[in-house]
Design a protein around this ligand. Sequence first.
Ligand code: ADP
Ligand code: MG
Length: 243
Amino acid sequence: MIELRGLTKRFGANTVLDGIDLDIAEGEIVVVIGPSGTGKSTLLRCFNLLERPDAGRLTIDGLTLDLAHCDRRQALALRRRTAFVFQNYALFANKNALDNIAERLIIVDRLPKREAHARAREILARVGLANRETSYPSSLSGGQQQRIGIGRAMAANAALMLFDEPTSALDPEWVDEVLAVMKDLALARQTMLVVTHEMRFARDLADRVIFMEGGRIVEQGPPSELFTRPADPRTRAFLRKVL
Ligand code: ADP
Ligand code: MG
């Protein structure tokens, strides 16, 4: 169980996250939707301290920390429990597909290179890129690069995977292959928090959909309810635009 309490983040006078409380069960697939500029990315980035919040308490996988004040050692402990998939893939341009995935296994988990490569090969196969081991990011399609981005996050074996609009930088032709990898993870009950505009993914795979606006959770529920009977007028207005 992941438990977040009172997450608050300001940029200057702008309160971007206004006391967010969020529990995520093990194996739960949670999708976050909402207008742009509403704090979705910041929420995800605070979860692994890519962004330092002003307040917030998080319990994850046996670790409890004060997100605003924790030290470097605790921040590292948190990062070991989370994995982030970025909109723009954020791969190492100077490393091939295999090494992009093996990197964390070698540096963070300190696996011997042979073991790290063996594990990275399994992951490449799982994301459908067994034949691209030695390819560099620049020679791969956006869809292939993002599948490696997800593979790299899978290597972390994290208690929580965070996806920040993983398909929105892709040409439409590559979206489905990336969603297929995410679906595979969802069906394997990898706990994940996903910001996406892909309402099909939300409808078919989310256990819960959260609608955020103005730095707050406005409404949440199973997709079958939130999409068909939204209670809040702001949710209704947003869904009218995207569904
Ligand atoms: P979303 O992902 O929902 O589009 P963001 O979390 O990216 O929203 O941004 C929420 C708000 O925080 C926006 O008003 C944005 O301008 C602001 N913001 C995000 N990052 C920064 C930053 N590094 N410095 C200042 N303001 C930021
Ligand atoms: Mg965003």
